[in-house]
Design a binder for this molecule. Sequence first.
Ligand code: XUL
Ligand code: CO
Length: 449
Amino acid sequence: MSRRVFSGDTTYFPGIEQIRYEGPESDNPLAFKAYDRERVIGGKTMEEHLRFAVCYWHNFCATGADPFGPGTRELAWAQGPDKARVARDRMDAAFEFFTKLNIPFWCFHDFDMAWEGATIGESEKNIQVMVDLATERQQETGMRLLWGTANMFSNPRYMNGASTNPDFNVVAYAASQVKAALDATVELGGQNYVFWGGREGYAYLQNTDTKRELEHLAIFLDKAREYGRSIGFEGTFLIEPKPMEPMYHQYDFDAQTVIGFLRHHGLDGDFKLNIEANHATLAGHAFAHDLQMGADAGLLGSIDANIGNPQNGWDTDQFPSDVYDTVHAMMVVLRMGGLGDGGLNFDAKVRRESTDLEDTFIAHIGGMDCFARGLIIADRVLADSRTRELREGRYTSFDSGDGKRFEKGELSLTDLRSLAIAHGEPEKISGKQELLENLINDHIVRGAS
Ligand code: XUL
Ligand code: CO
């Protein structure tokens, strides 16, 4: 099937043709320099490794409004009082964009794809209208849904939380939204379903029963799992950690917090993590750190690709442009054997000052090239035998003898004391950090072509 190559009428992005790979020497801003989707690296194509997705909300809904002023982007498809028409036009614009970019996946929230009605029943109907249209568009284009989710943070009813709201009525309302969003995700063949706990947290500790709220969160997720499986959802449920913003404290603080929570409540068989780079950095971690924690636990499911601004503490959701960062990220992903059914969703927005129509294309092209370069270089770094030596070589004392017995739990604290006395003062063994840093830089400078 010749899929995802734009074939319809240009309506919303005039002057922009099919985006193609032109190679590293190209100076065409509307061409890929590194992302050559059919190029094979380590047995898989770039497209299979990276599984890129475009998100609906930042690209087709948001206009760049901030607390200090209105939006600056003019979206030709988002005009007028007729919400149904706006939603249909928006979907046409989205699929024009997806196919011109030739990206395999997309992601949505219920109420950025559809529009919220006055009642739950109306909202469900509105979602169904858009699911029917999206089904047609997916069939025409071969686009696939990486994940769906429900927006349970924008509507004022969720100001005190959704599943962790102190008012049961709000919890039940949130459940109705998850049910409809799961129905939509399953109907569209979504490979994952995301929970981002936007307002699942608290603003003030002394008016919050954190224990009770966290128990409610676990029950809610369990019921979502039960319902999802009952309607044939075979994909992965994902939780997207974030430490703060909008709440002062969010419960799903970072990868390790969520891993502990999932395991404690027996949810880890069905739930994994969706790690967002800028959320990890807000939690005081490197992006690669949170990926590694997820990978170690066997719970890294998917990635929201973006970067923050190192000089401030906001979730700025910028497009990835730092090759060093993507090399480190892709080293974790390659070491764990790939993203499976997850992918790299650009949860990123163009700057408020980037107002040209082509800027959204340029931003995605840059992000895709940045990860493609990260993939190429990470593959070379990992193929360099020195990389393995500098990491695995540090642990050889556990590969045999007493070290191995320790790993098997066969040595008591007293046994260890006796061995320490027998061995005497350990030799200093260099960690060789700078050598490995230099090696990675050498591979970066040798180029990503
Ligand atoms: C917000 C964020 C969300 C989730 C989906 O910081 O990352 O867009 O990815 O709700
Ligand atoms: Co996100």
